[in-house]
Design a protein around this ligand. Structure first.
Ligand SMILES: Cc1ncc(COP(=O)(O)O)c(C=O)c1O
Length: 377
């Protein structure tokens, strides 16, 4: 268990922030690193060619270690949508075939697949939740020989229901379907072994559970796609990109691995130092320790909320870091407003309250949240 880490953040003592699923706050050390990085651009005469490469490689390696893969598998991307569009650009569906996904998935993991079936034929299958049925089993029922792509998250962003990705991956391999994952709502809080899951592509937008700056993210690309098409005609990812004076000798050759999928201007001088600082702290805590801490705190909180009448999936069915709670019938319609007026922040998606605390929360936060909710029921 990790003790409360609030002192690493600047969260006022009366703020109860239970909203990692929306956006994490930044640690003070991350803000300092971003400030340092921003100043680099203020004096470009001090920049060296290595400044275009070293921080990118550090972030790539730190992230790769976090998800147990080689840094060659990782591209630097600005958003989940960028990474998922890259995946869609390199896969096909075709008539009579399908893309299997969840109903109510985050739009960045829907629009690229919608476009792909419009262009190449085929259809989207959106697997619906069913009462008393395990979501993984429901997804597995649709993965058959007609399935070209399985495009799913690890936990559903609206309610935290969790999929068993190793089982889904195994089934994809049996039927020859590609597996594309959006892990934005889990990596950073849930131990994730991408070597074991072995997807085709997996993306993480890093501003939530990775506690990193906005507009930063990572794309895992399996070796079988390393010759694929990037989204952009980027120059820095090409062979000999370090030789700035030779860039007009254009080349079709890229650096090895997933680097070809890097976004343009990946060497964001301001943000990358912040990303690196956040990654270092996640490693220091250890993802397994973060997961265990959040799991225990959330398990207690779920029980307390259930006793107030909230309906929450069983601990086995939901992400350990993520509570999706349906409000009791006697709950006021403006509960979110009441909570916000008490400086208690969480979010609501599709009629479900998302309660996603993290290592900055302390005992007083949980007490204030429970007391405020009990008082209005
Ligand atoms: C599951 C999931 N994926 C991705 C994102 C962010 O997507 P993007 O980086 O394309 O804005 C969110 C944001 O809420 C999300 O919940």
């Amino acid at each position: 268990m990790i003790g409360c880490q609030r002192s690493l953040f600047s969260i006022p003592s009366d703020v109860v922030y239970l909203n990692t699923a929306y956006m994490s706050p930044l640690m003070n050390s991350v803000v300092d690193a971003i400030n340092y990085g921003a100043k680099l651009k203020a004096s470009p005469w001090d920049l060296t060619i290595n400044d275009f490469f070293e921080n990118s490689e550090s972030a790539r390696t730190l992230f790769a270690n976090l998800v147990n893969v080689n840094s060659k598998n990782i591209a630097l991307v600005p958003s989940a949508s960028y990474g998922l569009e890259t995946a869609a650009k390199n896969l096909k569906v075709g008539s009579g075939r399908s893309v299997v996904m969840l109903e109510n998935q985050f739009p960045s993991h829907v629009y690229p697949w919608q476009r792909l079936v419009n262009e190449t034929g085929g259809k989207l299958i959106k697997v619906k939740e069913k009462k008393d049925r395990n979501l993984t089993e429901l997804v597995l029922e649709f993965i058959n020989e007609q399935c070209a792509i399985v495009a799913v998250p690890n936990v559903l962003w609206t309610n935290g229901l969790m999929l068993d990705l190793p089982s889904i991956s195994l089934r994809c391999k049996e039927v020859g379907a590609a597996l594309v994952l959006d892990l934005t709502q889990s990596v950073g809080a849930v131990n994730t072994d991408l070597e074991k899951i072995d997807p085709d592509f997996a993306v993480v937008a890093a501003y939530k559970w990775m506690m990193s700056p906005y507009s930063t993210g990572y794309l895992y690309v399996s070796e079988k796609h390393w010759n694929g098409e990037p989204l952009e005609g980027n120059w820095i990812s090409r062979r000999d990109g370090k030789n700035f004076s030779n860039l007009v000798n254009y080349t079709d050759q890229y650096e090895d691995g997933a680097v070809r999928f890097d976004m343009g201007e990946r060497a964001n001088f301001a943000l990358l130092p912040g990303s690196i600082e956040a990654l270092k702290q996640l490693h220091k805590w250890g993802i397994k320790n973060i997961e265990k801490t959040l799991q225990q705190n959330n398990s207690t909180l779920s029980d307390q909320l259930r006793s107030l009448g909230f309906v929450i999936p069983s601990d086995a069915d939901r992400g350990p870091h993520f509570i999706g709670a349906i409000q009791p019938k006697n709950s006021p319609k403006d509960l979110m407003k009441i909570l916000a007026s008490n400086k208690i922040y969480l979010s609501e998606r599709g009629g479900v309250l998302r309660i996603t605390p993290n290592v900055w929360n302390n005992h007083e936060d949980y007490q204030k949240f429970l007391t405020t909710v009990s008082a209005v029921l």
